[in-house]
Design a protein around this ligand. Structure first.
Ligand SMILES: Cc1cc2nc3c(=O)[nH]c(=O)nc-3n(C[C@H](O)[C@H](O)[C@H](O)COP(=O)(O)O)c2cc1C
Length: 274
């Protein structure tokens, strides 16, 4: 089978899962192509295949904005088979069920949705009450990755066997999902609080290059300026090599508000443009 997978990743967890998933599926004789949903969206949409999948990080019981946009713009399907594999750090809500409803209405056959748990990249200084989940230290991160890898194996087997499954369709998941999507404006409030700690910044320009929405520019004085196109992927916040990007003033304390540097050294999704 030719399997095409579209994905979005901020800090590499989803990409790590995609690469593992590709390997597992190819071991069973299939051909798998991965398409990053911003850079490769045209190629992804045009490349014919037998099975289409989406790997995504859960954002407030939804997908990242570029995936929502892609999903909303998908043409009418013709019974085309689709699977979704989400990953989150704590609460998946009803994402699988929710996406299935949207795409089934468009004529697709969303036959499989499931999710797994990965380390959080969202260690924000919430008010009130500090943070909801801390970025794990290396040992805990590796434990989470090992558990995720085992579950991914099952997920890939199920997908390849054409098993039908939809996660998140229980009443509690659906309530949690609906509530999270409704209250997401609270999280979105962080979009307007980004800044750069000048005394820390080494002017490497990585934040500018890796921002998926081209939201960061530099003014004549060489200062970083954040526009109004932020999608809150928190790439700049997490992957700045010297933790100079702040999501609010309190985040200057990077011991307390640890940044997530990704699942492993070799996966650093930092480049969108040269
Ligand atoms: C804006 C944003 C919203 C998030 N919302 C949720 C959420 O609702 N539930 C959850 O469990 N994790 C949430 N997370 C955590 C990520 O889904 C999780 O860490 C994921 O593995 C990150 O994948 P990535 O490295 O590929 O971007 C959120 C992360 C971000 C950046």
């Amino acid at each position: 089978m030719r399997i095409n997978i579209g994905y979005f990743t901020s800090t590499g967890n989803t990409l790590w899962l995609c690469l593992k998933g590709k390997e597992l599926m190819e071991q069973q004789g299939h051909t798998v192509k991965l398409y990053e949903i911003i850079k490769d969206k045209v190629a992804f949409a045009q490349d014919e295949c037998d099975l289409t999948g989406f790997f995504y990080p859960v954002w407030g019981s939804n997908q990242p904005d570029p995936m929502v946009e892609y999903r909303n713009n998908m043409p009418q399907g013709n019974g085309q088979k689709i699977f979704f594999v989400g990953n989150c750090c704590a609460l998946n809500g009803d994402t699988g069920f929710y996406f299935k409803q949207i795409l089934d209405k468009k004529g697709y056959d969303v036959f499989f949705t499931d999710h797994l748990y990965m380390p959080t990249n969202f260690n924000l200084p919430y008010e009130p009450g500090n943070y909801w989940k801390r970025v794990p230290l290396a040992a805990e991160r590796d434990r989470l990755l090992a558990t995720a890898e085992a579950k991914l194996q099952q997920i890939c087997d199920s997908i390849l066997n054409g098993e039908r499954k939809v996660d998140g369709k229980g009443v509690i998941s659906r309530l949690a999902g609906a509530l999270q999507r409704k209250s997401y404006w609270i999280v979105n409030g962080y979009k307007s609080h980004f800044s750069v700690a000048k005394e820390k910044c080494i002017n490497c320009g990585l934040c500018i290059r890796m921002c998926p929405s081209e939201n960061i520019t530099e003014n004549a004085a060489g200062e970083k300026v954040f526009g109004n196109k932020c999608i809150l992927c928190v790439k700049c916040y997490n992957l700045c090599p010297v933790n100079a990007v702040l999501i609010c003033k309190k985040s200057i304390n990077d011991k307390k508000y640890r940044r997530y540097k990704g699942p492993c050294q070799t996966i650093k999704p930092t480049e969108y443009r040269a």
